[in-house]
Write a protein that binds this ligand. Structure first.
Ligand SMILES: Cc1cc2nc3c(=O)[nH]c(=O)nc-3n(C[C@H](O)[C@H](O)[C@H](O)COP(=O)(O)OP(=O)(O)OC[C@H]3O[C@@H](n4cnc5c(N)ncnc54)[C@H](O)[C@@H]3O)c2cc1C
Length: 377
């Protein structure tokens, strides 16, 4: 019998919706609040490695992601001219593929439908104004003036988390010097899996999203000033991929025409020291471990957080034990991903400047870290 009867989840993103489902499946009554009046998820894709699918499977949602996405095998690593020199990916896990590519909007729909089916009570256009966070209960005042009393509050409100500021203090993400550019296309007939092409000063990925859509990502170094005006997005993205000779990359360049279709994001990283909780409030996902996407693991980690929390709540242990066990199961795994992703991003930038340190082996670090993601959570 759970010691947690009623929980509030703050944030209706990937981690928050997953936490809502996991807590409902553990028998907890769940309110979820989302800051925005409507969900407005952008239309490029996301890579779901096998460990993310394993976590979704335990929520009963992996099959829907795969049906509406595009399962694929190891990623082919290629030179800028298209020559394949290696393959990489997380370990296969039972019936689950190495990867699933999916549109972020479709992933959101699957999670949102899962939350509704599990009777998570969702309120839009609401945030938290204050939390009276005592050892026995958290009394929350919402932005619409209403209040609620909860056994547990889960802050899953992203890298700029307001809940984090309220209960853990003032932490800010750090810009890493790299940015990612993304654009969606009709799927190329020869896209049989995910591809990454390594250029002299950038890298380019082509990732399946659905049976008939794919997206491209381009990672570039943007120095100290990563802001880019909309009018420059299309010409700059085209310039970044101009010297790639790989036929798959060449085939999409002329299709980059719409500045609104270019999803450009400076890459930020943040890892909070343990513990990620205070009294009755626990932070999960990007709010406490925002990783740059070099290993495609950020969303998977947020979903894993949700699954582990659900399992621990189901144990019936008192909350202090649940929270301590949560940190034991999550901190070092998330730190490993954040640290390895940051190292890969630093090495990429050094390589683009011709200064890669001797002994820096990106393939080995990727292989080791992704291999470790196969461990049980
Ligand atoms: C360029 C890029 C590419 C990426 N690619 C991948 C990938 O391929 N695979 C992968 O696994 N991960 C990837 N990630 C990481 C992934 O997107 C994040 O790790 C994931 O979205 C984190 O989920 P979250 O729920 O913690 O936060 P978010 O997705 O940021 O969700 C937070 C939610 O909280 C809401 N919110 C914010 N503030 C409040 C508030 N005060 N009150 C109420 N609600 C609030 C927001 O509106 C939002 O709905 C990528 C990230 C970037 C930047």
């Amino acid at each position: 019998m759970s010691s947690i009867k009623k929980a509030l989840v703050v944030g209706g993103g990937i981690g928050g919706l997953s936490a809502g489902v996991a807590l409902r499946q553990a028998g907890v009554e769940v309110d979820l609040i989302e800051l925005h009046p409507t969900f407005n998820v952008y239309g490029v894709g996301i890579i779901q490695p096998s460990n993310a699918l394993r976590a979704l499977d335990s929520l009963g949602l992996a099959d829907r992601c795969m049906e509406r996405g595009s399962p694929y095998g190891p990623v082919k690593m290629c030179a800028a001219n298209g020559f394949k020199f290696a393959e990489t990916g997380t370990p296969p896990m039972g019936r689950l593929p190495v990867h699933n590519g999916i549109s972020r909007r479709i992933l959101h729909d699957v999670l949102h439908e899962g939350a509704i089916a599990n009777q998570v009570k969702i309120r839009m256009d609401v945030t938290v104004s204050a939390i009276d966070n005592g050892p026995d209960a958290a009394t929350v005042t919402f932005s619409d003036g209403s209040t609620g009393v909860y056994n547990l509050v889960v802050g899953s409100d992203g890298v700029y988390s307001q809940v984090r500021g309220l209960v853990l203090g003032d932490y800010k993400p750090r810009y890493t010097g790299q940015s990612v550019w993304r654009y969606a296309f009709p799927r190329a007939a020869d896209l049989d899996t995910g591809y990454i092409f390594f250029g002299k000063k950038t890298k380019v990925g082509l990732i399946p999203m659905t049976a008939d859509r794919m997206y491209m990502f381009v990672v570039s170094a943007e120095g100290n000033d990563p802001k880019i005006p909309e009018a420059e997005l299309v010409p700059r993205l085209k310039a970044l991929v101009a010297d790639y000779e790989a036929p798959m990359v060449r085939a999409v360049v002329d299709q980059i025409t719409d500045p609104k279709g270019v999803i450009y994001r400076p890459l930020e990283t943040l890892l909070l020291p343990a513990p990620w909780y205070n009294n009755r409030v626990l932070l999960i996902g990007d709010a406490v471990h925002a990783t740059i996407p070099q290993l495609g693991q950020g969303a998977g980690l947020a979903i894993e957080d949700a699954v582990v929390l659900g399992e621990l709540v189901q144990s019936g242990d008192p909350l202090p034990t649940i929270l301590e066990n949560f940190m034991n199961r999550r901190f070092s795994r998330c730190k490993m991903v954040v640290d390895a992703s940051n190292t890969l991003g630093e090495w990429e930038q050094l390589e683009w400047q011709g200064q890669l340190p001797e002994g820096a082996n990106m393939g080995a670090l990727m292989g080791k870290t992704l291999g470790a993601m196969g461990a049980p959570i």
